[in-house]
Design a protein around this ligand. Structure first.
Ligand SMILES: C[S@@+](CC[C@H](N)C(=O)[O-])C[C@H]1O[C@@H](n2cnc3c(N)ncnc32)[C@H](O)[C@@H]1O
Length: 231
């Protein structure tokens, strides 16, 4: 709104840039405001690109099937956002390195990435720790397929809903999701995970439950890893 108010002020002040120019100015302003407010990085990109994309699509007079294709691509990759308000964004290199330092050192430990996305975290751990048993579960079909092709037999990645995963089989469960599922997920972790096992959340707190340890990541998400040892 603030970005549009500034654009309106510029127009009333006599600036004439055409629709594309105005949309670009609005995008830059909205992106700068997101940066100033220290919003998560994905909001910065959404703010930056939303109106410029609409203006460009109008300008190029895209055929309707492109919109349909974009919708299909969104559904295949962002089903988690549609169903459970957990969109796709990827763990940073800093998160992967920090997580590696938290894993049990004994061979054969079992690790689960719930909402494993494109399989980046699993691929990193596969390279770093050949002794780990690696599992993932992902609900978006395109992401599941991509991660299956990427990991091959090195990890078992299920296409499905993490609410149906049995967490009792794992020494470490990693979640990089959104604020939405955290309360319910913590209840599930407490109910199912074995004493001594680790529940680790990237960036999203469990409301009202302080973590046993927390590591700042200094990454683009301005994230942190929070770790709970199950009692
Ligand atoms: C923020 S991404 C994290 C991706 C990956 N774990 C990483 O760290 O790079 C969250 C992922 O969870 C998936 N997801 C959301 N809800 C899910 C559910 N109920 N069951 C399985 N996957 C889900 C989304 O499709 C998305 O790929």
């Amino acid at each position: 709104m603030l970005a549009w108010a500034i654009v309106l002020g510029l127009v009333l002040g006599g600036l004439d840039l055409g629709w594309i120019g105005l949309a670009l100015v609005q995008g830059l302003l909205a992106g700068a405001i997101a940066y100033y407010l220290e919003l998560p990085i994905w909001w910065l990109f959404i703010n930056l690109l939303f109106f410029p994309s609409i203006a460009l699509a109008r300008q190029w007079q895209l055929a309707p099937h492109w919109y349909l294709a974009a919708l299909a691509a969104l559904l295949l990759t962002q089903l988690g956002a549609v169903r459970g308000r957990v969109p796709l964004y990827l763990s940073s290199r800093q998160a992967k390195t920090a997580l590696l330092g938290l894993l049990p050192t004994g061979p054969g430990s079992r690790f689960l990435d719930i909402g494993s996305g494109t399989g980046g975290m699993l691929a990193f751990l596969a390279r770093a720790r050949s002794d780990l048993v690696l599992d993932g579960v992902e609900s978006a079909p395109a992401l599941w397929l991509l991660s299956r092709l990427r990991l091959g037999p090195r990890a078992h990645i299920a296409l499905g809903d993490f609410w149906h995963a049995d967490l009792s089989r794992y020494d470490v469960v990693y979640a990089f999701l959104s604020p939405e599922p955290m309360s319910r997920l913590w209840d599930k972790a407490k109910r199912e995970m074995r004493p001594g096992s680790l529940f680790i959340s990237n960036s999203f707190e469990v409301p009202g439950i302080a973590p046993d340890a927390s590591i700042e990541l200094h990454d683009l998400h301005r994230g942190r890893l929070m770790l709970w040892q199950i009692a």
